[in-house]
Design a binder for this molecule. Structure first.
Ligand SMILES: NC(=O)c1ccc[n+]([C@@H]2O[C@H](COP(=O)([O-])OP(=O)(O)OC[C@H]3O[C@@H](n4cnc5c(N)ncnc54)[C@H](OP(=O)(O)O)[C@@H]3O)[C@@H](O)[C@H]2O)c1
Length: 374
């Protein structure tokens, strides 16, 4: 996901359309990828489809059904190499062969050992197969799926707001609304893109956030990400609004040895136990096992510190509000860095920057040199 512009434009218009269709499944396909497909015969689009939800038909099968007999001799444009294995649905490579498609143009290779091989099967069946010259936009669309497939953990995007002197709030233990309307709509975009949105129990107690995706007029959108509250010693108050608003599912992540408060159980939220022996990493592993491919964490300082120290942050988004909080305001990072100061300042590198109304937004990722030397 890019906040300010695309990774790179897709030059082929049919592949660009397939990529736009893939986005229709965003948020409901995990642990599967988002995939779109366009079938074109004689320059005319005869079928379109996208993968709508895990367990449902794949994009190619939906597009082939729409195309019917017109698929014979046609070209299928698909954002991801067609799968070659029987999972909850049969292989798409076979469906394309049966339909008599003569050419398949794919956005990117499927790296998963289980499902890859569709291109080889299609070629063996006499179908011409090509791949996009620049896979970057397709890789970007499925970054969280690729991450989940490779690590078993969600792609973690952490978002936090600070003043110009780097404070996450104006006073300890109080709610501070630092940023403006445009930054809030960016947050809505990030929530809509995520499978789950997580906060710590401390933030629930102090801010009482809804964590929902809302239209500019405040109306909740149809699709809502899973809302997750991470707790360790102190459990979130059962009176918090996210437990009672009836907008989307809520899960409370608790260490395995901690019994949830009865009042919390009575809210109907799902209680999920995680192995805390390696801190927040265990919580990430549990979310990955539950099929959460992309997690947005709206972190206060303690959760942010725990996530950074566990190297559990894949992307950090910082909103910078245009004011100064002064020395009485709480710090953003509350840990004690064990690192050599010369490498410490190379922990993250800025990959994007822009404005959201009167606020600045910077996007940071782990520095490749630091990752390589680990
Ligand atoms: N500026 C912003 O963008 C922003 C965003 C969110 C919140 N806030 C502000 O931040 C304040 C609350 O922040 P906070 O940092 O105190 O609360 P928090 O973000 O809710 O994080 C604290 C929670 O994380 C748990 N935790 C901490 N380290 C952990 C670990 N290693 N493993 C598992 N769980 C762990 C804590 O458990 P324990 O209780 O056991 O320590 C606690 O439940 C409020 O004032 C709120 O308004 C600001």
């Amino acid at each position: 996901m890019r906040l300010f512009g695309d990774v790179s434009p897709v030059s082929d218009p049919h592949l660009a359309r397939a990529l736009a269709l893939a986005e229709m499944g965003r948020g409901t396909t995990s642990p599967n990828p988002v995939v779109g497909c366009v079938i074109v015969r004689g320059g005319v689009v005869v079928g379109e489809g996208w993968h709508a939800c895990a367990g449902g038909p794949h994009a190619e099968v939906v597009a082939l059904a729409a195309a019917g007999d017109s698929a014979r001799g046609a070209t299928a444009y698909v954002t991801l190499e067609p799968c070659d294995h029987t999972g909850r649905t049969p292989p798409c490579s076979q469906a394309l062969l049966r339909a008599g498609v003569s050419r398949v143009v794919c956005g990117m290779h499927d790296p998963s050992p289980l499902a890859s091989g569709g291109a080889d099967t299609l070629r063996a069946g006499g179908v011409e197969v090509e791949f996009a010259q620049d896979p970057a936009p397709f890789l970007d669309a499925n970054e969280s799926w690729l991450h989940l497939t490779a690590t078993g953990m969600p792609f973690v995007r952490v978002k936090t707001a600070v003043t110009l002197d780097g404070h996450p709030g104006l006073a300890e233990g109080a709610r501070s609304q630092l940023t403006g309307e445009e930054a809030r709509s960016l947050t809505m975009r990030m929530r809509a893109h995520a499978d789950a949105v997580m906060v710590g129990a401390g933030t629930v107690a102090i801010d009482d956030p809804s964590l929902t995706v809302r239209a500019p007029d405040g109306t909740p959108e149809d699709r809502q990400p899973l809302r997750v509250v991470l707790a360790r010693t102190i459990q979130p108050p059962a009176t918090a609004r996210l437990f009672h608003d009836g907008i989307g599912a809520v899960a409370v992540l608790l260490p395995e040895h901690v019994a949830p408060d009865l009042a919390l159980v009575r809210t109907g939220a799902k209680m999920v136990a995680f192995d805390i022996s390696d801190g927040v990493t265990g919580a990430m592993r549990t979310l990955g096992a539950q099929g959460v491919g992309e997690l947005l964490v709206e972190a206060g300082p303690r959760l942010l510190t725990a996530m950074l120290d566990a190297r559990a942050v894949d992307e950090l988004i910082v909103y910078h509000a245009g004011g100064f909080a002064g020395t009485v305001a709480p710090p953003l990072y509350v840990g004690e860095s064990q690192e050599d100061p010369t490498t410490l300042v190379r922990a993250l590198r800025c990959v994007e920057a822009g404005c959201a109304g009167g606020d600045a937004v910077t996007v940071w990722r782990p520095h490749p040199e630091r990752v390589e030397t680990d």
